[in-house]
Design a protein around this ligand. Structure first.
Ligand code: FES
Ligand code: FES
Length: 188
């Protein structure tokens, strides 16, 4: 169990005055490498912290949204080693050695140019409040990475776990189609 990483009170204070060993995990987020200490201090990663919490509260990456916080809405979707996952249902301590991509990591780092899926969402006004949009976009990016020319049915299937309370569905599908037509995976 990942919670076994929690340092015991004795270990945290060291034995016989020796420095305590603090467990760490390694994460690569949007190309940046992080070594995160696991423990109970406010600046550490708690054993029960979710990846969504860590991204937002420890790394300052608030583009990832938390809607339901129980795996039902898809707002918290990020990519782990290129595959969409629900970050509200993933413990950070389970992500040791993983490569995470959030909405902040999609634009070209050198030029600032938006990812084709991001640009297509803007072109098609595929959002209203925008709360679901980061999760929608990273899910669509993953789809186009593995299937550059998806059918409408495949787009709907890929986005089935991402809910939009504003009802932007048809414009989202239109945006993903446009990104695919323009080579949506090319800027990954
Ligand atoms: S916030 Fe994670 S699925 Fe809703
Ligand atoms: S744009 Fe508001 S929830 Fe989707």
């Amino acid at each position: 169990m990942v919670t076994s990483n929690r340092p015991s009170p004795r270990a945290a204070s060291g034995i016989g005055g020796a420095p305590a060993h603090i467990p760490t995990i390694s994460l690569t987020v949007n190309g940046e490498h992080y070594e995160l200490e696991v423990g109970s201090r406010h600046d550490m990663i708690g054993p029960a912290d979710t990846l969504a919490h860590t991204l937002r509260e420890n790394l300052g990456l608030t583009g990832t949204k938390i809607g339901c916080d129980r795996g039902a809405c898809g707002a918290c979707t990020v990519l782990m080693d290129g595959k969409p996952i629900l970050s509200c249902m993933t413990l950070t301590v389970e992500c040791d050695g993983k490569r995470i991509t959030t909405i902040e990591g999609l634009a070209n780092r050198l030029t600032g140019q938006l990812h084709p899926v991001q640009q297509a969402f803007i072109n098609n006004t595929a959002f209203q409040c925008g709360f679901c949009t980061p999760g929608m976009i990273v899910t669509a990016k993953a789809l186009l990475d593995r299937n550059p020319s998806p059918s409408e049915a495949e787009i709907k299937d890929a986005l089935a776990g991402n809910f939009c309370r504003c009802g932007s569905w048809y414009l989202v599908i239109r945006a993903v189609k446009e990104a695919a037509a323009k080579g949506g995976q090319a800027n990954a």
